[in-house]
Design a protein around this ligand. Structure first.
Ligand SMILES: C[S@@+](CC[C@H](N)C(=O)[O-])C[C@H]1O[C@@H](n2cnc3c(N)ncnc32)[C@H](O)[C@@H]1O
Length: 269
């Protein structure tokens, strides 16, 4: 990663190592791991993209292997890469329990050890949001280098204008700039236009779809982010509304895409 100092890098990795040792699902998914009325069981959900049987697949920032498992269940010949040794240890255990033993490498998604064109499919979910925009661009370049001709990538990032993310960004700003809290994994939010600009010239296709249209779940501060402000009985109806808005946004009313909580970027080399 392009960072000014080693201290930052060590703090960054420590957050993931500590999180993996304490509670991998919670550090990787946050409250989403708990809100089963809205999300279903995300801990064993199908991958949010089609997997081609026998495809060479790379998970950039694989965490504890949450997505590697269903990818391998569907016949993907997967490799996982993560910057945290503890995450990889959890992934080894989790995948081993399900009979999978993929190569799992410790490394940095901005500079991987693989040869050009090594993969048919690459995905990176909930990772770019924790990197600077400069490093995010490096990941897009690396994805382009690693994809075989005609290969496909899926990158998931949080969007800039969703109400939940606007509130999050405000609270994060106050926490870092007013209360001087050190937060090496702080979130970055992406606009659709900036993703398109970053990918222009790198890929032959770049499609962005928006997902999860909901009001803010919680006040994301260190003390309050476990408290969900929307009553539980509303979670399932909110999901149904969200699904309808999502359908409209990704078909006949694309302006709505700006307000989805997450964006899925599909890239073809
Ligand atoms: C929020 S978690 C997401 C994990 C997994 N993709 C998932 O969806 O369950 C972010 C993961 O990215 C890893 N990570 C962060 N920066 C990275 C980098 N520069 N290179 C590789 N992995 C990185 C972290 O160690 C962590 O496991």
């Amino acid at each position: 990663m392009k960072e000014q100092d080693m201290e930052f890098f060590n703090d960054f990795v420590d957050v993931w190592d500590d999180g993996a040792e304490r509670d991998g699902p919670f550090i990787t998914l946050g409250v989403e791991a708990l809100l089963t009325g809205y999300y279903g069981n995300l801990l064993d959900a199908p991958p949010p993209f089609p997997v081609r049987e026998g495809a060479r697949v790379l998970d950039l920032g694989c965490g504890w292997g949450r997505v590697l498992k269903p990818v391998m269940d569907r016949g993907g010949r997967a490799v996982g890469l993560d910057i945290s040794g503890s995450m990889l240890k959890s992934a080894r255990e989790h995948l081993g329990k399900h009979g999978h033993q993929p190569p799992l490498l410790r490394g940095d998604a901005t500079r991987t050890p693989f040869r050009d064109g090594s993969f048919d499919q690459i995905y990176s979910l909930l990772v770019l949001q924790h990197l600077s925009k400069e490093n995010g661009l490096e990941v897009f370049k690396e994805v382009r280098r690693l994809l075989a001709e005609g290969g496909e990538a899926h990158i998931r990032v949080p969007s800039r204008f969703a109400p939940e993310n606007l509130l999050f960004a405000f609270l994060q700003f106050v926490s870092i700039h007013v209360f001087r809290v050190k937060d090496p994994i702080r979130m970055r939010f992406y606009r659709i236009g900036e993703i398109r600009r970053a990918c222009r010239g790198l890929f032959s296709e770049c499609t962005v779809t928006a997902h999860e249209f909901r009001p803010p779940w919680n006040f994301h501060t260190r003390r309050t982010w476990h408290y969900i402000i929307i009553p539980r009985f509303l979670h399932a109806p909110l999901r149904r509304i969200s699904d309808r808005i999502e359908k409209a946004a990704n078909s006949w009313f694309p302006f709505l895409k700006h307000f989805g909580v997450t964006l899925m970027v599909r890239l073809v080399r």
